[in-house]
Design a protein around this ligand. Structure first.
Ligand SMILES: Cc1ncc(COP(=O)(O)O)c(C=O)c1O
Length: 374
């Protein structure tokens, strides 16, 4: 009998305890210990990038990347309307304005065909988000960026180890940003990283992350710019290094889980999954489904209630950026129509998705859904 299946707990099955214990026993618990550098090296390499800058969460990773690229007041940055609000907040922290673009109905990623209409003389960057671990159409986005001389910052918070045309997400643009929140495919509890192949961006990220202490000067406590304390602790990095050692294993588990959900629910018309592109590897951070009420004959909320009564934890999908009071009050243009984002927000939810979720549990969840569907 299964009592309760949480929506997404971390999987900590490697050297986490060993490395954290070492950090504690040796007293290296701030950001100065060896695990920070080792984690940066291991994870940036895993992401096909030369450089990594570990930070305390994914939101500040985005802010740091934008700062390093010189984005600020008076600028506009294109972001998807269907994303976690951190993508837009990071733009606001710089003083720039987020400009929203609706999602694509199949992949749920930013609709590339709608981006060009939103580009103005103030636009400085595009932030594509690899939603749920599904890589965006980066060739088209990079081509647009080239045409209009824009930076591209990948929000890869949900896409550790995902691939687009055999290259890892995070390495497909000027700079990539990851989150290591507890429910992510790889976690440090709280944490983030900026990855890049651009040495200048790397140096600026290192500089701004640590209060703008000079990177190489004989005299410390000289600060030429306003910096941030976005440092990651050695304790978090110790967990991150252990997680990175398991990255391929966890990626495979996430993908297997997704395949099992899709196969099991194949005969439930009206239950819709995100589409994976042939040229990509979607790492399925979350197994999300959209319930089409007209085909199914019931609503998303009714299915969620049924699952809850049977001990299955779920979460709603993100609410569109154009519906957020914070964005309206900040001065974003929220007036347009975002039909795909609204469709996802109003009809979609996450099923349990942890890497450690076993087949019995997935089968049990799917049997419940099939039973309800009948
Ligand atoms: C797309 C996206 N961007 C940014 C973030 C922010 O990451 P964090 O929660 O580590 O600040 C998240 C986190 O969940 C996310 O899903």
């Amino acid at each position: 009998m299964i009592d309760f299946i949480p929506v997404c707990e971390p999987t900590l099955s490697g050297n986490e305890v060993k490395y954290v214990t070492d950090a504690v026993k040796t007293g290296w618990i701030s950001s100065s210990g060896k695990y920070v550098g080792e984690f940066e090296e291991a994870f940036s390499k895993y992401s096909d990038c030369k450089y990594g800058v570990a930070v305390c969460n994914g939101t500040v990773a985005l802010h740091l990347a934008l700062t390093a690229l010189g984005i600020g007041t008076g600028d506009e940055v294109i972001v998807p309307s269907f994303t976690m609000i951190a993508t837009a907040y990071a733009v606001c922290y710089t003083g720039a304005v987020p400009v929203f673009v609706d999602a694509e109905k199949s992949t749920w990623n930013i609709a590339v065909s709608l981006i060009e209409a939103k580009i103005t003389s103030r636009t400085k960057a595009i932030i594509p988000v690899h939603i749920m671990g599904n890589p965006c159409d980066m060739d088209s986005i990079n081509a647009l960026a080239k045409k209009y001389n824009l930076f591209v910052i990948e929000d890869a918070a949900e896409a550790h180890g995902a691939e687009y045309k055999n290259m890892k997400t995070g390495s497909l643009s000027d700079v990539g940003c990851f989150s290591f929140f507890a429910n992510k495919n790889l976690t440090t509890g709280e944490g983030g990283m900026v990855v890049t192949n651009n040495e200048d961006v790397f140096k600026k990220c290192k500089y701004y992350k640590n209060m703008c202490f000079p990177l190489d000067s004989p005299r410390n406590y000289l600060h030429d710019d306003i910096g941030f304390n976005y440092r990651m602790s050695n304790l978090h990095a110790a967990i991150g290094l252990a997680q990175t050692e398991k990255a391929d294993e966890y990626r495979a588990l996430r993908i297997e889980n997704s395949n099992r959900y899709k196969t099991n629910l194949f005969d439930c018309p009206g239950i819709i999954f995100q589409k994976d592109e042939k040229s990509s590897i979607n790492v399925h951070w979350m197994n999300a489904i959209v319930v089409d009420p007209e085909i199914c004959g019931y609503t998303r909320d009714e299915l969620i209630a049924y699952l809850k009564n049977h001990g299955i934890d779920t979460r709603l999908l993100f609410n569109g950026m154009h519906r957020q009071k914070s964005m309206m009050n900040y001065g974003c243009d929220c007036s347009g129509a975002y039909p795909v984002t609204d469709w996802l927000s109003d009809n979609g939810f996450y099923l349990p998705s942890a890497s450690s979720l076993d087949n019995n549990k997935i089968d049990y969840i799917c049997e419940l859904i099939e039973e309800f569907h009948k």
